[in-house]
Design a protein around this ligand. Structure first.
Ligand code: PMP
Length: 415
């Protein structure tokens, strides 16, 4: 399979050879690097991707959950063209698109006020800054396997490239006792930053009991806001104090937003003396605001959200049936999921935190799966994650399940 990968992708190889000269490693997103070199895409259309070597893929990566509308959705294109033709990109001034989208986001995701940012990472950093200012405390509890942005990654515990590691207390996901211990040991805690389903951590849902135990609660909805018409927060017993958003809510443009309790958000009110600054150049750019607004208002309606998540549940159930009795399983919620390769017979319901699958992750078998899916024309992320897009045809999803089944039969002795 490795040899066939090389034989099939000479142009991607050639591109990579020259790209490493100006980009360390040959690309600018670590998560998209694959050994020995990444497949380089030429373009996307709907839910298909086309690479430099002429292959066509069904896109199950869905831009790591951000490409919910498919590539170049005509209505979003139109909304962007409207801005380009009539408004201008960055006006260096407050513009009318801010309030319009803020009102829609607040109503849809049940938050009193919101502010925009350029990425999910930035939204989380600003939200943490607000919590620190509001409480006058410094430390933030996060969880092993948590991912809140590239400088806020806690995949293996402490963040490797975190600028200020001593401010983060890393606890175990879905472990109430561990969380209680952190609070017993530290008085200086400003907030707990958590995903209701760890996305990058492997599609692991947080239990109601665990999330209920959290105080000073910042819910990172960057990935999960798509999992329910009003965000995954709507399914929790305990309402978060603050929420952060990103990904598809920019309609394909860079996007971040954070909001929640009015008394906390007031730290960003410039009419108050000593308010915190939040002034990124592009955070009110008209192209992002109108693309995001149009997508959420007209395309990812509550009904569309329900339908897409239903389709995801169906896919996961089909995959679970195919994987029964193998080393493979699949976790996730709604339209987001992650395929794991762990000890034979370990069901998805036995995986609650990264340590439940990671020590037994069969890297070689998982890589074989990824390579063969690629060869069959399915673009999934090498870590096994899948994010369904609205444009993905049900027949294509069923064909994918068929391919997975054939893989399991073909490699019966390995799986
Ligand atoms: N939080 C979560 C839960 C995420 O999944 C991501 C992105 N994968 C981020 C934050 C960071 O968002 P961005 O890449 O836009 O900075």
């Amino acid at each position: 399979a490795e040899q066939r990968f090389n034989d099939r992708n000479p142009k991607s190889f050639e591109y990579h050879q020259s790209a490493v000269e100006s980009l360390p490693g040959g690309n600018t997103r670590s998560l998209l690097h694959t050994a020995p070199y990444p497949v380089v895409m030429n373009r996307g259309e709907g839910s298909k991707l086309f690479d430099l070597d002429g292959h066509v893929y069904q896109d199950f990566v869905g831009e790591l959950t951000a490409a919910i509308y498919g590539h170049s959705h005509p209505r979003i294109k139109e909304a962007m063209m409207h801005v380009l033709d009539n408004v201008g990109l960055s006006l260096g001034a407050t513009n009318v698109y801010e309030k319009k989208y803020a009102e829609l986001l607040c109503a849809r995701f049940n938050i009193p006020t919101v502010r925009f940012a350029n990425s999910g990472t930035e939204a989380n950093l600003h939200c943490v800054a607000a919590a620190r200012r509001f409480t006058g405390r410094r430390k933030v509890v996060v969880f092993r396997g948590g991912y809140h942005g590239s400088v806020l990654s806690f995949a293996f515990g402490a963040a490797a490239n975190n600028v200020d590691p001593q401010d983060w207390l890393v606890s175990q996901y879905n472990d109430i006792r561990a969380l209680e211990r952190v609070f017993e040991e530290h008085a200086d805690i400003a907030a707990v930053l958590v995903e209701a389903m760890q996305g990058s951590g492997g599609g692991l849902a947080g239990s109601q009991e665990f999330l209920r135990a959290i105080r000073l609660f910042i819910l990172d909805e960057v990935m999960t806001s798509r999992l329910h018409p009003a965000g995954l927060a709507a399914t929790l017993d305990e309402a978060p104090d603050m929420k952060t958003f990103g990904k598809y809510l920019g309609g394909g443009m860079p996007f971040g937003a954070f909001g929640g309790r009015q008394d906390i958000m007031a730290v960003y009110d410039p009419r108050q003396s000593g308010s915190l600054a939040h002034s990124g150049t592009f955070q009110n750019n008209t192209l992002m605001l109108n693309a995001g607004y149009t997508g959420l208002k007209e395309i990812y309606t509550p009904a569309a959200a329900d339908a897409l998540n239903q389709r995801g549940e169906e896919l996961r159930n089909k995959l679970l049936a195919v994987f029964a009795g193998t080393k493979f399983t699949v976790t996730g919620v709604g339209s987001l999921m992650c395929i794991h390769c762990t000890t034979t017979g370990v069901g998805a319901d036995e995986i609650h935190c990264k340590d439940d699958y990671w020590p037994h992750d069969y890297a070689d078998l998982k890589r074989l799966f990824w390579l063969e899916m690629l060869e069959a024309g399915y673009w999934i992320h090498q870590r096994g994650s899948i994010a369904l897009m609205l444009t993905m045809e049900p027949a294509v999803i069923d064909d994918f399940v068929g391919q997975v089944k054939e893989f399991c039969i073909r490699h019966q002795r390995l799986v």
